[in-house]
Design a protein around this ligand. Sequence first.
Ligand SMILES: Cc1ncc(COP(=O)(O)O)c(C=O)c1O
Length: 445
Amino acid sequence: MRRPEVIGERDVVKTLHGERPYIFFDNAASTPALKSVFDRVSAFMPYYSNVERGIGYKSFVSTELFERAREVIHEFMEAPEDEYAVIFVKNTTEAINKLARKLRPIIGDGKVLTTEMEHHSNFLPWKKHYETEVVEVDKNGRIDVNLIEDKLKKAKGKIKLVAITGASNVTGYVNPIYEIADIAHRYGALISIDGAQYIPHKHISMKNGIDFLSFSAHKFYAPFGSGALIGKKELLDKGDPESVGGGTVKFVALDEVIWADLPEKEEAGTPVIIGAIALMAALEEFKKWGMEALEKIEEHLHEKLYKALGDLDGIKILGGERNNDDLPVISFVSEKVSPYVLSSVLSFEYGIGVRTGCFCAQPYVKKLLSVTERESESIKQDLLHGLLPEKGAIRASLSFYNTEEEINVLKEAIQDALSRDKIDYEYDPHFKAFVPRGFKFTLPF
Ligand SMILES: Cc1ncc(COP(=O)(O)O)c(C=O)c1O
């Protein structure tokens, strides 16, 4: 089967040197939509109606497709329906916040074990609701599973949940989630995986010991506002719904409420109908193509990207040695040019889209950059004053549809920027970015 087609692939954009094919290396933030996803959404639109209780042909079509999307997720993630609930939400962040609030009856005054590698979305919700312990990463930015076990052992049953990312959005490192699940369970803790980065690149099987999983469809080629929380039914069913209102009840009187069963109990109000159908379309296409095919291409691109960046004088890759199966996500810095200026040269002159800063993982990026206490304070002051802090990195995150040729353009662009004596860009507070002096932005339509 042909690989899935991506909308906007090889489109041209204006640059300072004329039109160039756009090279999108910011897939870890959001991927473009698959063509099949967009086509499915377009085909569905004439039938769009609210779901569940409408009586009418279009309501039946909407409800059928919405519920089928749930079944497809169960199947794709190997999460049997009798054991797991799939709850539609708007993104990973919402899923983790929901889970953190939902687990109150289970975690109580126990602790949550998380790691220094986490995106803020898998750190702050736990910190807000519970006492947390943090497993530090080693000098290369990796998690040592022995440290997870040490913490669990020392906590003597007080740690009730291990909340860890499947893969880092900064280094692309993949964590051994099934091994960590085993360890967690051995010490009586549950495990929640932040799948925001893992799911678009690796196949997951929930039944291999994963209790909870959160992910976003916009990072999985279906950017129509949905995400999902998958979790063990018996655990998610405890207590009142996290959010209450329409759809969450079976019966309401002025003095009595009987909650609905899962998953409706946890989907208050009108759910993300189009987003769920879009996600289904993406999963179906990847199922047909095979996640192994995607992984194979991405491993190859990862190797090429690592080599290209590693070959460049004056470029330092964050982290240490990489494994073959780490994600094609690499963050780097230049000793000579600020990441904010370098990324602007890539964009304005070469049509390359990347991401800069700390990628919503400030503790991890600071560790990888060996930021001192004093520098950390200065970063804080810059951020509080709305300034770009000096420290930060550039992230190139690739996907199966990127090419070796694009990696070569990135390499050439970086070489060109680093060879210049002066880069005449100025800070534009509107774009929060450096732009070529005198630059005027125009929308494409
Ligand atoms: C590892 C990780 N977790 C969580 C998130 C949050 O995802 P969302 O913005 O879709 O909620 C991201 C987003 O970049 C991420 O990379």
